[in-house]
Each structure stands twice: as structure tokens, then as C-alpha cells.
Design a protein around this ligand. Structure first.
Ligand code: ZN
Length: 434
């Protein structure tokens, strides 16, 4: 078989996505919370498909499902692909599920094809942070970023993560066995629905992710003076809520490229506002607004925050209030590896698919895996940009195109990562097949 003609089974991909989506708690859409009975059942089904694709399967101590086959190379390095098996409450059928089902179809297509690298297909556990727990838990465990103490944190139902994992047939006491060996990862590629409208609007099938967003969470606290809404002249006011209104516009303006040429992909959001005393006929004496700022790296966010601080001090002066800007959390972004971006470009080109370079505004398991090796992501369009919703959907031809690009990206990486063949292993591998 020639590299150009190898293909995934598109109709089975669609049928399997449909079958997996039926494993759900009752209610609208798909609800498959991490460590739930539905999650266990889904893993079982995915494990069967992995075995059919010629993979050896294990469930690791934190319940990541991993299918493996050996390569013929001397380097003993891994090419891995996959996504998460869990969902949020009332989700759609594609977030996470698409990346793992497509990865299994890729392994099935490659069943008769030698690769120099070992191939691992991973169904990550608890990406979404079920019941208020920490998200991307399975991938962080693989990257060695989970400490035993983290297992004792409790979710909103008061149960520890360790207990949850145990109930889902994991073995949290062997947490360290989930960690992948140093330097073992040649490359990890995650195929995912975009969860935003960019590809759909541009009518482009393949998004090549260059970076996964850095994000900063901030609070702006404004102190004014409470006073009578009828008797206090406008010129004598110190109105915290009016200052908050200006602050919200200042936050929004951080993402406006005409006021900051660096803000080409930045987004800035105020999602919450509180005001005290919150009474109709009293001037507000205290207001707090949140700022969620995302960009390709933290340096840009820090620079934007300095800008915000100076705008806020001007607003404070103008409104006779006091304003403080507090950082709640600052998470660094992830650059996708140039060799993987190049391989996705190569595969898309080979298949005649138009691509668009993108930044992922949402977090993904790839961010954890980037701590132990090169990563890349392929996006396909989400119709109307909807996700974390039962209305989440992608055109069947786009789902199939994404999986084809994943297949050819892996074939390209197997060559471009430069693992040399071991003649002995190769013979053994061929003998094993016959
Ligand atoms: Zn996801």
C-alpha cells in the first residue's frame, strides 16, 4: 500500500462516535463524568476497539486508557495521539470523544503498516474536572505533575479524587506508575473540535494549532462612598459602580487591535460584577469586576495588565474612587512544536485540505503533555462555534477529513522524527505478523 492511498474507515468513525455518545447518564445530550459508571463503560468499549485495531491495552493507575503497539526502530520513542473520554454535564458527542475514536481508527488503518516508532493511543481521564475537581488530571499524571497530596483534594460532593479513582477501578496508590519515562515521547498529536466559530466562518476544514492559550484571571476592586441617590449632587459622588462600568470597557479595550497592535488574537472578558450595598436608591460603595485575559504567552498578558493598571488609575482619578487590580491566577501558554506543525501542514497539503493557523482559546490535555515532549493539535470546524452543549456538531466530511489528516501526520512524523530502523526488530515484527 502506498502512503498516499492509506485511509481511515470514515463511515465506521461516524458510527462509533454515535455508539459512544449513547453511553451517557440520563438527560439532554451526553453526560459522561469522569470516574462515573458511564465513564467506565465507555473505557470498556474503547478498549475493545483498541484491541480490534491490534493494540495491547492497559488502564493506568489514574484510569487513563492506553493502547500500544511496538515500532521497529532503534530509538524506542513513542508517537502518541488521543484525547479525553469524559464530558461535562449535558455535553455534545464530540468534545474529547472525537479525538480518541479517530485515534483508534488511525491505529486500525495502520494495522498492517510498520512504523519505526512505538504507537500509543491515549484516552485521557478527567480532562473536564468532574464535580469541581482539578481538570486535565489524567494527562497531568502522565506528565508527573500530580503529587500524592492532590489525590486527597475533595470534589463538591465531598469525595476525594483518590476514592473516585478507586471506585472507577484505578489504583491511586500507584500514582507514580502513571508517569511516562523521561525523553520517551517523540511527539503527541491531539485531534479536537475547535469549540469556537473561526474555522466554520472561514469555511476551512483543518485548523493547525500553533499555541494553546495563556490565561490570566484578575479582580478589579473599586471602593467608593455609599450615599443617598436623591440628595448627593453628581459632582460630589464617589460611585464605585460607575467606575466599574468604565473598568469593564477598559478591560474590553485591551483586546482591541486598534488600541494595541499586539492584540491580534487576545481576548478579554468581564464575566462577573458585584456591587454593594446593591440597593436601588443608594450610591454603590464597593464593586468588584473580574477580568479573564487570554493570549499566546504570559508576557503579552503581563504587558496588557500594566496597560490596564494605568487605565484604572485614570478612572479612579476621574470617578473619585480607589481601585486595586489583583491577580488571581496566571497560567503560561503552550507553543506547539514546529516539527509537528510542519507534519500537520504536510499531511493537509498531501490530502489537498486548506488549513488555518490558530491559537486554542481553551485548555487541553496537550498542555500537560507538552511538559514531557513535543505536542501539536489539529482542529476541525464546530458548527456555529458551539461546544459544551448538546447542540455541538461538526459536518461528517469534516470529521473524516480531520482523522485523515491525523493519520498522515503520524506517518509523516514517523519519518521526520528520524528514528532509524532496527533490522532485527523489523524482522521480528514481520514474523509476528505472519
Ligand atoms: Zn475537550
Amino acid at each position: 500500500m502506498d502512503f498516499d492511498t492509506i485511509t481511515i474507515d470514515g463511515s465506521r468513525l461516524l458510527a462509533r462516535l454515535d455508539e459512544l455518545s449513547k453511553i451517557s447518564a440520563p438527560g439532554v445530550g451526553v453526560t459522561r463524568l469522569a470516574y462515573s459508571s458511564q465513564d467506565i463503560e465507555a473505557r470498556k468499549l474503547l478498549g475493545t476497539w483498541m484491541k480490534d485495531a491490534g493494540l495491547t491495552t492497559i488502564t493506568d493507575p489514574v484510569t487513563n486508557l492506553i493502547g500500544t503497539r511496538s515500532g521497529t526502530g532503534l530509538c524506542r520513542k513513542i508517537i502518541a495521539t488521543g484525547s479525553h473520554t469524559d464530558s461535562v454535564v449535558n455535553a455534545g458527542a464530540l468534545d474529547g470523544a472525537y479525538g480518541i475514536v479517530a485515534a483508534i481508527e488511525v491505529a486500525a488503518a495502520l494495522r498492517e503498516r510498520e512504523l519505526t516508532h512505538d504507537l500509543k493511543i491515549v484516552g485521557f481521564s478527567n480532562e473536564e474536572g468532574a464535580r469541581g475537581s482539578a481538570g486535565t488530571f489524567g494527562s497531568l499524571a502522565i506528565a508527573g505533575q500530580i503529587e500524592p497530596g492532590d489525590l486527597e483534594s475533595v470534589d463538591v460532593e465531598g469525595m476525594s479524587i483518590a476514592k473516585r479513582i478507586q471506585n472507577a477501578h484505578g489504583s491511586p496508590e500507584h500514582l507514580k506508575d502513571a508517569v511516562w519515562e523521561d525523553e520517551i515521547l517523540g511527539g503527541f498529536i491531539e485531534l479536537h473540535v475547535e469549540q469556537g466559530p473561526i474555522l466554520s466562518v472561514a469555511e476551512i476544514q483543518i485548523g493547525v494549532v500553533e499555541a494553546i492559550t495563556a490565561q490570566g484571571q484578575f479582580e478589579v476592586e473599586i471602593t467608593g462612598t455609599a450615599n443617598h441617590a436623591g440628595t448627593t449632587p453628581m459632582s460630589a459622588r464617589s460611585d464605585a459602580l460607575v467606575a466599574a462600568a468604565h473598568a469593564i470597557l477598559a478591560i474590553e479595550s485591551l483586546a482591541n487591535p486598534s488600541s494595541d497592535p499586539q492584540a491580534t488574537v487576545r481576548v478579554a472578558t468581564t464575566g462577573r460584577i458585584t456591587s454593594e450595598p446593591g440597593v436601588r436608591n443608594v450610591i454603590s460603595n464597593r464593586a468588584v469586576v473580574t477580568a479573564d485575559i487570554r493570549d499566546t504567552d504570559v508576557t503579552k498578558i503581563k504587558r496588557a495588565t500594566q496597560k490596564l493598571a494605568s487605565k484604572l488609575s485614570a478612572i479612579a482619578k476621574e470617578t473619585h474612587t480607589e481601585i486595586t487590580l489583583r491577580q488571581v491566577q496566571l497560567l503560561d501558554g503552550t507553543r506547539c512544536a514546529t516539527e509537528i506543525v510542519a507534519a500537520i501542514d504536510y499531511a493537509s497539503n498531501l490530502l489537498g485540505k486548506a488549513t488555518l493557523r490558530m491559537v486554542s482559546g481553551a485548555s487541553h490535555d496537550s498542555q500537560s503533555i507538552a511538559k514531557i515532549g513535543p505536542v501539536g493539535m489539529i482542529f476541525v470546524p464546530s458548527i456555529d462555534g458551539l461546544s459544551h452543549s448538546p447542540k455541538e456538531s461538526t459536518l461528517p466530511e469534516d470529521l473524516i477529513a480531520g482523522a485523515q489528516v491525523l493519520l498522515h501526520t503520524i506517518l509523516r512524523l514517523d519519518t521526520s522524527l528520524g528514528c532509524r530502523d532496527n533490522p532485527q526488530t523489523k524482522q521480528k515484527w514481520i514474523r509476528g505478523k505472519t
